[in-house]
Design a protein. Structure first.
Length: 567
């Protein structure tokens, strides 16, 4: 990333801290880290952290480490490691050779724990988990010391060595830091730093029977890697004194500092891993990459571009206070990027057959269509025109209301890139009056969509040739919840899932689209003219076209919310 980009970057309190540190000579190189737990899939909230950590490192000419916090073998899988790497790379960032795992430091972390034991600042506690919680006290009441707190250094050494060898069952002992059981910060009341887990680790196998806690491994791993600025979300603010205590008490090779920022909260969805797991496991969505989910793989499958997510994360900024970001900001970022880079294609979602009665039955012709008016370098394409075409049902009315400028009996409209046509008749279903087919005449002199005599029409319709189209399954995805903050609103009801949007997915089948779509690769992003931005699903093929709607052309939810607010 260029220095020019840094000059244009939005200032925030973290940039101010880094600028001061560099000016004062505290650091000569900025090193950040993104430390995901390999126990699930990343979501848009993680994207903010990825963009922040990697973006700062790039802007300041430093490095960002990708470090997997694999300290809990019970919940970790190699599948998540692979998916996280894929997501980070897809967003446009590269860690180079700086790929690390907390498990890389298991021996060093173990040795640090022994250092604390030898200094009389850690002890093996044999209280149960429930007893430890009971002895911890509350925010109003001090904790009580464990009866095992006064074990000798040698006894603690021997017991910890036995834990390391796997001689004790899970839950029988833990190693705790000896700090202060009356400390006002509960995290400082002799926190657990090692526990026994007889579980196979996805990298180290069965080599270890004790595993460090996140609080112990976090800061020490930062120090071992030379991290200068360790950026965390605000829920870790109360853990910072513990982060600093370990670094102050142990012979670490460097001294990182932790800074906290507000995590992202996005409207009309949930970012809680527990709630996302519920939605997946209980079948409310179709897997972790369901396009309705805020997971990065779900957003990718829906058709969001990496640039749109990066731009969104930059615009929402970095602060210290809670805020609920409107989903329309993410959707706007998608529209803005897709408008510039997506080729245009015509497709009809709710088809109505139109027969152009004065167009020769056996004829067809090729017309020139612009691929993207925002980018002339994308050039043009050829679309085939024939006697029978499809238009949208909503583009024809038998009794049009005022200011309706599309096709109606006796009215002339423009077919995009093609001709002017005038409705001269229709076929309706007996008894219901439903329009089954429309008859029109075309003006051969208006080829390309303009009239040599200068007459104007107000309506322009998209269309697809009935003889040359392909059929597609179109999935219309919408917001997952009907309320902006389903978690908060769930307090009024029994379950946040009661606010799920029943219309978050509508599937349309046999939609006629331009045949050219069959040549697009799965994952390609396009604009269906007048209908929205779409992405060819991963399961799409030339023989089975599947389109996922990314966003509509306009924010229809803003109009709905305004209407509800005034009702």
């Amino acid at each position: 990333m260029t220095d020019n980009h840094k000059d244009k970057a939005v200032s925030n309190f973290i940039r101010t801290i880094i600028d001061q540190d560099l000016t004062q000579g505290k650091h000569s190189t900025v090193i950040t880290r993104f430390p995901p737990e390999p126990n699930g899939y990343l979501h848009i909230g993680h994207a903010k952290s990825i963009c922040l950590n990697f973006g700062l490192a790039l802007d300041y000419g430093g490095h960002c480490n990708l470090r997997f916090d694999d300290t809990n073998p019970i919940k970790e899988e190699a599948e998540y490691v692979a998916s996280i790497q894929e997501d980070v790379q897809w967003l446009g960032f590269d860690w180079g050779e700086r790929l690390y795992y907390a498990s890389d430091y298991f021996q060093e972390l173990h040795d640090f724990a022994v250092c604390l034991i030898d200094a009389g600042k850690a002890y093996v506690c044999s209280l149960s988990q429930e007893e430890i919680r009971e002895f911890r006290g509350t925010l109003k009441e001090p904790g009580r010391e464990s009866p095992y707190r006064r074990r000798s250094i040698q006894e603690n050494r021997d017991l910890f060595a036995g834990m390391r060898r796997g001689e004790f069952p899970e839950g029988s002992h833990v190693l705790r830091a000896k700090i202060d059981m009356t400390h006002p910060n509960l995290n400082m009341r002799d926190p657990v730093i090692y526990r026994i887990l007889h579980a196979e680790h996805h990298r180290t196998g069965n080599a270890w029977h004790v595993y460090p806690t996140y609080d112990f491994a976090h800061g020490l791993s930062d120090a071992l890697e030379g991290v200068t600025h360790s950026l965390c979300s605000l829920e870790f603010e109360d853990h910072r004194p513990l982060y600093d205590w370990f670094l102050d008490e142990l012979p670490v090779p460097s001294r990182p500092r932790q800074y906290e920022f507000a995590r992202m909260n996005l409207g009309y969805t949930v970012l809680s891993k527990r709630k996302l797991i519920q939605l997946v496991q209980e079948g409310y969505v179709q897997g972790w990459d369901d396009p309705r989910l805020p997971t990065i793989c779900g957003l990718r499958r829906r058709g969001f571009s990496p640039a749109s997510i990066r731009n969104f994360c930059e615009r929402i900024g970095v602060g210290k206070s809670f805020s609920l970001v409107d989903m329309s900001m993410l959707e706007h970022a998608a529209r803005e990027d897709l408008n510039r880079h997506s080729p245009r294609v015509m497709g009809v979602l709710d088809p109505l057959r139109v027969v152009i009665v004065n167009y020769p039955k056996a004829d067809e012709e090729s017309l020139e269509a612009v691929n993207n008016p925002e980018d002339p370098e994308m050039g043009v394409r050829e679309v085939l025109f024939s006697r029978e075409i499809y238009i949208e049902k909503e583009d024809f009315r038998t009794d049009p209301p005022r200011k309706y400028f599309r096709l109606a009996p006796g009215r002339e409209v423009r077919l995009r890139y093609a001709y002017y046509i005038t409705c001269v008749g229709m076929v309706t279903e007996q008894g219901t009056g439903k329009v089954l087919e429309v008859y029109c005449r075309y003006d051969p002199k208006t080829r390309g969509g303009s009239s040599p005599d200068g007459r104007k029409v107000k309506g322009t319709l998209h269309w697809v040739s009935a003889d040359h189209c392909r059929r597609a399954e179109v999935r219309l995805y919408d917001r997952l919840f009907v309320t902006a903050d389903p978690t908060a609103d769930a307090k009024k009801r029994s379950d946040f899932k009661e606010y799920l949007n029943e219309n978050s997915l509508e599937v349309l089948r046999d939609c006629p689209v331009e045949a050219e779509l069959a040549a697009f690769e799965a994952g390609s992003r396009i604009q269906l003219e007048r209908k929205g931005y779409f992405c060819l699903d991963y399961d799409s093929s030339p023989d089975k076209l599947i389109l996922n709607r990314t966003v509509t052309l306009r924010d229809s939810w803003a109009k709905l919310e305004k209407k509800l607010a005034h009702s």
